[in-house]
Write a protein that binds this ligand. Sequence first.
Ligand code: DAH
Length: 342
Amino acid sequence: MEQLVQQIEAYKQEIAAFEAATPVAVEEFRIKYLGTKGLVKTVMGEMKNVPNDRKKEFGQVLNEFKLFAENKYETLQNSHQSPAASQEQIDWSLPGDPVAVGTRHPLSIVRNQIVSIFRRLGFAVAEGPEIEDDWHNFGAMNLPEDHPARDMQDTFYISQNPAWLLRTHTSSVQARVMETEKPPIRVICPGRVYRNETISARAHCFFHQVEGLYIDDNVSFADLKQTLYFFVQEMFGKEVKVRFRPSYFPFTEPSAEMDISCLICGGNGCNICKHTGWVEILGSGMVHPKVLENFDIDPNKYTGFAFGMGVERITQLKFQVNDLRLYSQNDVRFLKQFTGVI
Ligand code: DAH
């Protein structure tokens, strides 16, 4: 056994003197001393040849030897993890891997712009559920069950429970806001809406709207016109012209649709404006007294205006996108054209 102990001593000296210039040499050390066929294991195998009464004493020697080798290995490893050491291994002049930068979706860009313009006028953002009940989407908005205007909006009903539907317009959020808040109310409601339409370049079964609602004392049609005029000038520039046409919506009285001069052809006539020089961008009007009454808001005390616009339409005019399907196809060739536009 004495011979064995001497041998271990010699190994220890060898280990102490071991120097590793590279990580490869550190790995060589591990294999030679600590690997499954390494010296430490081999020496441990000698235990069986040691007489029983000396096993304890030899066990201690062996343990110490193992620890000694392990500590050395750790020291060698650390010395190769220091920045100075790793610098030798890495060629900093090599070109890096390019990082693919995502872009915002054009509809998000335009929605954010719409929201930011109305925020500057003091409108807060309100949201509501996409799965709605009949009351919030239709009833509260002055569209009772047999109202013919319901046919204007082909509704998706939820098959498990036909009392539920996918909202057909963001006007449902008006109902949700009036339910919980009292005047003054000044909100815009951006969101996705659904209609049972055949998908084509001009129609889709889902699209996006921004609804607006302003209720207070003395809110007039002049306020509505000026607010929307400010909005289009901020959105499209000072040259844009607007016109209001009388219209009909069950939830407003009087109602008006607003057109802006066609930005694609400058008003000369093109496919987008159907050669009229004007493009419709939103519906609006003074909130119908019945809608106010539905939420216990006294129509003799308060008045309000509301409007609803399609985000796809505004985006089409801003970025000249002529096919609605492009918005949901996720084709990167389309999407990356909006790089750098915030
Ligand atoms: N909800 C209408 C639609 O989806 C848009 C609309 C028109 C909203 C007039 C309004 C409004 O708030 O006053 O076609």
